[in-house]
Design a protein around this ligand. Structure first.
Ligand SMILES: [Zn+2]
Length: 261
């Protein structure tokens, strides 16, 4: 009887090990495309501020390259860089390839039509404007590159920066400071907890893409750009502002509530 139970336990353990191994293997196989951002036969354009790797869609790649290289200089200088950093842009002819480079084989199966570009530390991945995907146009993809480049440069300064700050900076430096008071009525101001999230979907759902840049605008107007860059580097609110991050959050909320029409 005892022997019988022991055999049963052994069999269960073996089955569990097999299931676990298969799962691990699937995860490993899934992430194979992320091991290298380069695909076969990529060409490169080397610029003053960025390098662009591309597949076959050469004219779209050149267009992105010229735009990105000419716009990045002033942003990089504003962030305190006096020279080029190791920031590389990889442009893929198919949206599915781009999506696989961050999330693996499962990426294109997630149905994220709007997902056309991203950054992975100092690397930017982008879907070629020549085949922009269902949800976007040539120009959407082309101009999205600058937002991702800001993330890449910011990650040189602080690789572990909070989502709220890096998105705020990327939105502000690539798109400017446009904001309308009616957004507050339409979306509501993100809560303090929302501003602390590490989840990009929570960030998007709370209105992060509508509000995060105004946090940077508020800090810049009130405390000056040097303090903004110091915060990006250290995230030490007490040291930079002599205030807690909650106090700064409350100040920003008051600023938004008093926003002119
Ligand atoms: Zn972003």
């Amino acid at each position: 009887m005892k022997l019988h139970t022991e055999n049963k336990v052994k069999r269960i353990i073996i089955v569990l090990i097999v299931i676990l191994s298969v799962l691990l293997l699937l995860v490993l196989v899934n992430f194979i495309p992320t091991f290298s951002l380069k695909t076969n036969d990529m060409s490169v354009l080397v610029g003053e501020w960025v390098n662009v790797y591309y597949e076959k869609e050469e004219s779209a790649a050149k267009d992105v390259f010229e735009y990105a290289d000419s716009e990045t200089g002033k942003i990089a200088r504003k962030l305190g860089f006096s020279e080029k950093q190791n920031v590389n842009i990889y442009i893929y002819d198919n949206q599915s390839t781009m999506q696989m480079k961050k999330y693996g084989l499962i990426g294109p199966l997630l149905g994220l039509d709007w997902y056309i570009g991203d950054n992975i530390k100092t690397n930017v991945i982008l879907t070629s404007p020549a085949n922009p995907g269902k949800a976007h146009t040539y120009d959407d993809n082309k101009y999205a590159v600058l937002h991702e480049i800001v993330h890449a440069y910011i990650s040189v300064i602080n690789p572990k920066i909070k989502l709220w700050l890096t998105e705020g900076m990327a939105l502000y430096l690539s798109n400017g400071d446009e904001f309308h008071k009616e957004y507050i009525d339409n979306f509501g101001i993100p809560s303090y907890k929302d501003t602390q999230t590490i989840n990009p979907i929570t960030f998007s759902d709370c209105g992060g893409y509508t509000f995060a840049h105004t946090y940077i605008v508020y800090l810049d107007d009130t405390y000056g750009w040097d303090k903004v860059t110091e915060l990006v580097e250290t995230e030490d609110y007490e040291k930079v502002f002599d205030k807690s991050s909650k106090e700064i959050y409350n100040e920003w909320v008051s600023y938004l509530n008093e926003y002119p029409q």
